[in-house]
Design a protein around this ligand. Structure first.
Ligand SMILES: [Zn+2]
Ligand SMILES: [Zn+2]
Length: 155
């Protein structure tokens, strides 16, 4: 696979909301927490961790919703006010990091999770790849995820 070029672009299902990302993600993983399952209407979410200042909406204005995460953090989510598609999550106060829904990139062919978090709330039928990283809950140290992701050398 060739190198991915920046900036990356993506958007919501209907196209009202478009974004640009000017720096590579720090890591990509699957989150199986109860909130992600509910938000995605699915078994897990594929999340790309990106630097907040490298991310910008270039079309449309997102709507915002807020909640307390399974780990107890004050989180917010940006979504399209027209189609409801969730784009990214951030934290208050800011930790300069956003969790971008990796499925919203225009090109997802390079997206490959390095591991799974919140495996304790994963659906029983899900089979984990033993070669990937796993964490029962919220990792206290994302170092191994970041290191493994960097080793993919996608950018
Ligand atoms: Zn939309
Ligand atoms: Zn989650």
């Amino acid at each position: 696979m060739g190198k991915v070029s920046l900036p990356l672009e993506g958007g919501c299902q209907c196209g009202s909301l478009r974004y640009s990302l000017s720096a590579p993600p720090l890591m990509i993983y699957c989150c199986h927490c109860a909130n992600c399952q509910k938000i995605a209407g699915s078994a897990f979410v594929v999340s790309a961790t990106v630097i907040e200042t490298a991310f910008a909406f270039i079309k449309g204005a997102p709507a915002k919703t807020e909640w307390t995460s399974d780990a107890g953090n004050e989180r917010y989510g940006w979504f399209c006010p027209d189609c409801g598609c969730r784009i990214a999550h951030g934290q208050t106060p800011s930790i300069n990091i956003l969790s971008l829904r990796a499925g919203t990139f225009d090109d997802t062919s390079w997206v490959e999770p390095v591991g799974h978090i919140w495996t304790k709330s994963a659906q029983d039928w899900f089979r984990f790849d033993e070669a990937l990283l796993t964490c029962e809950g919220q990792p206290t140290d994302y170092g191994p995820y970041i290191k493994t992701y960097a080793a993919q050398e996608r950018f």
